[in-house]
Design a protein around this ligand. Structure first.
Ligand SMILES: Cc1ncc(COP(=O)(O)O)c(C=O)c1O
Length: 432
């Protein structure tokens, strides 16, 4: 067994690939009816390839469970205008956490009243933008933020509908950097200290805001429905007492990144969340904000192998033309991924490798324990699946590496929705 589950030589587990993945008689991978190697030729590498049907089906599933007002796509997981439009077309509302995300969503043509603004430190400018645009909801995270909203409304700004974000003070099984519901956290008003109650009372008494609900988010990449149920039970008495029209349970549903990992699907997670809310006597309308569960397994990233370095008795390093700038998750959280060759997508992977990038850091790794067919060579296109969430969106220009393009594939057609950066882009903000 590898540290990730599955035997190292097994072919890639097909369940890690997007819904429309198909392997032809030559072993080549097709997504959305497009030959993946032809996409690499046409658009170059590194390249994010998203299966549009997969994205749409996850969005539709969320709407099915939570209803059109209850399903909110967390845009931080992956955002460009095409994605914002797609989520909107599938009937979801959109959650944004900054003025930047809000601007992209508005530029995509999403009506502002379908947008929810989050953020633990919203500036007056971001709040003013939200009020002017008329965003549907603002999730208030601090008393300083309430001060700022009150000042903006006193100066003539539109009175917003707000929710109060509560910190339930519970731990969940995930990486500490993506835990958000522990007492020692920058997010929300703590329940156990009485600050949540005080915030609710203040918002209820404020003429500047229309208090409509309570908001909760316990963390991200959480696999256990019991963890979500614990979080809901912790806040249920508070939510019942508040007796407001809305209750948001946040996002956080985990996905499988490597063979052997098991995650609940959106539908069963949603049904379990709704059942717990009902059992706890919560009568408010329930919303959820999945991000990762909508987009993560919809995409793969393609890279070209530039060097293969075998260090006897140690390992084989395979270096590609991207790295921590297009997927920082392995470096940030120690996250595991799989590797495979799209030209031999069903083949045994007998060569254990470490997939690394081109950045000037020893820590620049994409896949710590990968495996590929033994005939891998320089020039091969190698792929990592389940890279649709928090890869492109958390990417950087470290080492002035150009950010990769994003392609949506569907019914045999590829649509470039984000182009590759150019050196002109790199220099655009540099005043010399
Ligand atoms: C308030 C809030 N809602 C939703 C999400 C989306 O989480 P995920 O992508 O894990 O579903 C996050 C992520 O951090 C969040 O902070």
């Amino acid at each position: 067994m590898t540290e990730q589950g599955g035997r190292p030589s097994d072919p890639l587990d097909r369940s890690l690939l997007p819904d429309t993945a198909d392997v032809d008689e030559h072993g080549r991978l097709h997504l959305g009816g497009c030959d993946v190697l032809e996409l690499a030729e046409e658009f170059g590498t590194p390249l994010f390839v998203y299966d549009e049907a997969h994205l749409r089906s996850r969005g539709a599933a969320a709407v099915d469970v939570f209803g059109p007002d209850g399903a909110v796509y967390a845009t931080k997981a992956f955002l460009c205008r095409a994605m914002a439009r797609l989520a909107h077309e599938e009937g979801m509302r959109l959650d944004v956490a900054t003025g930047g995300e809000l601007s992209v969503v508005l530029a995509a043509g999403v009506p502002a009243d379908r947008v929810v603004l989050h953020g633990n430190n919203k500036s007056s400018e971001e709040l003013a933008l939200a009020l002017t645009a008329g965003v549907g909801r603002i999730v208030v995270d601090s008393t300083d933020e309430l001060d700022r909203i009150e000042a903006l409304v006193a100066a003539g700004g539109r009175r917003p509908q707000v929710l109060i974000r509560v910190n339930p003070g519970i731990e969940v099984h995930t990486h500490e950097h993506v835990q958000t519901g522990v007492l020692d956290s920058k997010f929300g008003f703590p329940l156990t200290t009485g600050q949540a109650e005080a915030a609710l009372a203040r918002a209820a008494a404020s003429a500047a805001v229309d208090l409509v609900g309570v908001h909760l988010h316990i963390g991200s990449q959480v696999f256990s429905v019991d963890n979500f149920a614990d979080g809901l039970r912790a806040v249920a008495p508070f939510v019942r007492d508040a007796d407001l029209p809305e209750f948001v349970v946040g996002g956080g549903l985990g996905v499988a990144y490597v063979a052997g990992e098991q995650a609940p699907d959106l539908r069963s997670w949603g049904e379990s969340v709704l059942a717990t809310c009902r059992e706890e006597g919560i009568r408010s309308a329930i919303s959820a904000e999945p991000g990762r569960a909508i987009v993560a397994s919809a995409a793969i990233t393609l890279y070209t192998v530039g060097t293969v370095k075998f260090i006897p008795g140690v390992r084989t390093y395979v270096a590609v033309d991207g790295g921590m700038s297009d997927n920082p998750r392995p470096v940030l959280y120690g996250s595991g991924y799989e590797t495979f060759l799209p030209r031999a997508a069903s083949s045994r992977r007998d060569l254990p490798i470490r997939l690394v990038g081109k950045h000037c850091e020893s820590g620049d790794l994409l896949v710590r324990e990968g495996a590929v067919p033994a005939d891998l060579s320089v020039g091969d296109v190698v792929a990592t699946p389940v890279t649709g969430a928090y890869g492109h969106s958390m990417g950087s220009n470290y080492n002035k590496v150009l950010r990769p393009p994003v392609v949506f594939v569907r019914d045999g057609r590829a649509r470039e929705v984000v182009r590759r950066e150019t050196v002109d882009d790199l220099l655009a903000t540099d005043l010399g």
